[in-house]
Write a protein that binds this ligand. Structure first.
Ligand code: SF4
Ligand code: SF4
Length: 287
């Protein structure tokens, strides 16, 4: 069972929920769950766990390298590139690595077989364990603009070999390509929101992507319940979206998290709430 935790906006408590679900799963089941931090621009979930990293490697985008001894400057590579990442100017072929999406089209159309691929390093993936949870994360290098290849490498490397029946994915916030990449292989998506107009607006956007575009079932967690109004709840009822849990506005949670203490370690009374969420998700996935 692969559960992705996502949110239409940042700061809703997505990482807190992902880490708490992993800790609850580790308590509940006999095997180690796998927590994958796909929020590669801010991979914070490992900060709450005492991870001993045992593996890691650089990752990136396969970009073209042109052999000028073979090149005839025909320009076909430039014509096929919708990203304008390769240009032919006179007797020069310019490759703009930061624009390249690694699609390989230029190499396919080159009539002289003058294009090979090299890796443009944009980030790193690494994995380890804290003893009860297997953990892996992607890290996008500073200044890089494309998180998707790092997320893709992380999922390709750690998802198939996880051996865990429970995998929790901490996705990026928002509704753009990194979120689609992170959640598209999951069985169920937990959307974390807060009961405010902003929370409702961004929840609707997330539901549109995950349910309407990707056709993945979702459940909603309302975090900081009590701070706003009941519009999120009304929307969920109207759209037939299950509300998996409401986490109350509790100052102690903020204090724990600001000290790097996982919610369930600092406030174990919340453990049952997360065990119930896991049970509810498992039932819905089995359905
Ligand atoms: S398609 Fe090949 S031969 Fe033509 S300009 Fe590009 S690299 Fe050179
Ligand atoms: S690999 Fe794709 S994106 Fe990159 S330069 Fe070639 S055609 Fe453009």
């Amino acid at each position: 069972m692969v559960i992705a935790v996502a949110s239409g906006k940042g700061g809703t408590g997505k990482t807190t929920v992902a880490v708490s679900l992993a800790i609850a799963a580790a308590d509940q089941f006999f095997e180690k769950p796998l927590l994958l931090d796909c929020d590669v621009e801010e991979p914070n979930s490992g900060l709450f766990l005492d991870i001993d990293y045992t593996s890691g490697r650089d990752t990136g985008v396969p970009v073209p390298e042109v052999n000028l001894e073979k090149c005839t400057y025909c320009g076909r590579c430039s014509e096929v590139c919708v990203w304008n990442a390769i240009a032919v100017a006179g007797k020069k072929v310019l490759v703009f690595r930061d624009l390249c999406h690694g699609c390989g089209s230029c190499g396919l159309v080159c009539p002289e077989d003058a294009i090979s691929e090299i890796t443009h390093v944009t980030g790193r993936i690494e994995g380890g364990t804290d003893g009860s949870i297997n953990f892996a994360r992607g890290i996008l290098n500073v200044g890089q603009a494309m998180p998707v290849p790092v997320i893709s490498s992380l999922l390709n490397e750690y998802l198939p070999q996880s051996g865990s029946s429970t995998v929790i994915i901490d996705s990026s916030p928002g509704t753009s390509c990194p979120v689609v990449e992170a959640v598209s292989r999951s069985d169920y998506v937990v959307l974390v929101t807060e009961p405010t107009p902003f929370g409702l607006h961004d929840l609707k956007a997330a539901v549109d992507v995950v349910v309407n575009q990707l056709n993945i079932p979702v459940g909603v967690i309302i975090n900081r319940d009590g701070i706003g109004n009941s519009d999120v709840e009304k929307y969920c009822h109207m759209e037939n979206l299950p509300i998996l849990a409401k986490i109350p506005m509790d100052r102690r949670i903020a204090e724990m998290l600001s000290n790097g203490i996982p919610l369930l370690s600092g406030l174990p009374e919340y453990k049952e709430l997360f065990l119930n969420i896991l049970a509810a998700v498992r039932e819905k996935v089995q359905q």
